[in-house]
Design a protein around this ligand. Structure first.
Ligand code: GDP
Ligand code: MG
Length: 171
């Protein structure tokens, strides 16, 4: 069976762990999910008419930039770069994450830009258009998501698996 290594990257609090837990366990909690060091969870998706196992790696946000090691990126085929649509700083930091990813990872890997917490429309600070434009300028497909309401979570991982598979990555 094929498996792909997927990384979740982005500022502390944007919902990386929540996105992973929603996708792998179909649950959500209002509290912060504590992540010690790195952790991964596995789920199989059906895409391109076959099962593909995704190994999803999550980091603690405190482990920022320099301290996330090269090893973490090693062997990854897909990256979700996540910001929080209610937090402008997390959006601006995507550019820093993107630079780091380019330093460490295989240039060929599939990256998506994710604006999470789209259920919080009243608190929104980053418009959908801004997300689309950043995605375009970085050459990344862009999605908004909500780990809380499950908006787009299945789609994101399924599309990511499909794009990786279409590239012909082999493990
Ligand atoms: P991480 O530091 O990036 O892993 O973020 P967490 O997954 O721990 O989430 C941080 C906080 O944001 C928690 O209080 C979550 O309940 C909340 N959160 C995460 N995703 C969403 C979402 O899609 N919508 C809303 N309303 N809250 C979210
Ligand atoms: Mg976390």
């Amino acid at each position: 069976e094929q498996f792909f290594k997927i990384l979740l990257i982005g500022d502390c609090g944007v919902g990386k762990s929540s996105v992973m837990v929603r996708f792998t366990e179909d649950s959500f909690t209002e509290s912060y999910i504590s992540t010690i060091g790195v952790d991964f969870k596995v789920r199989t998706v059906e895409t391109n008419n076959k099962p593909i196992k995704l190994q999803i790696w999550d980091t603690a946000g405190q482990e920022r930039f320099r301290t996330i090691t090269r090893n973490y990126y090693k062997g990854a085929q897909g990256i979700l770069m996540v910001y929080d649509v209610t937090n402008m700083q997390s959006f601006e930091n995507v550019k820093n994450w993107s630079k780091e990813v380019e330093n460490y990872s295989d240039l060929n890997l599939v990256k998506f830009l994710i604006g999470n917490k789209c259920d919080l429309e009243d608190e929104r600070a980053v418009t959908k258009k801004m997300g689309e434009e950043l995605g375009k300028s970085l050459g990344l497909r862009f999605f908004e998501s909500s780990a809380k309401t499950n908006d787009n979570i299945e789609e994101i991982f399924t599309e990511l698996a499909k794009d990786i598979d279409d590239k012909g990555f082999n493990v």
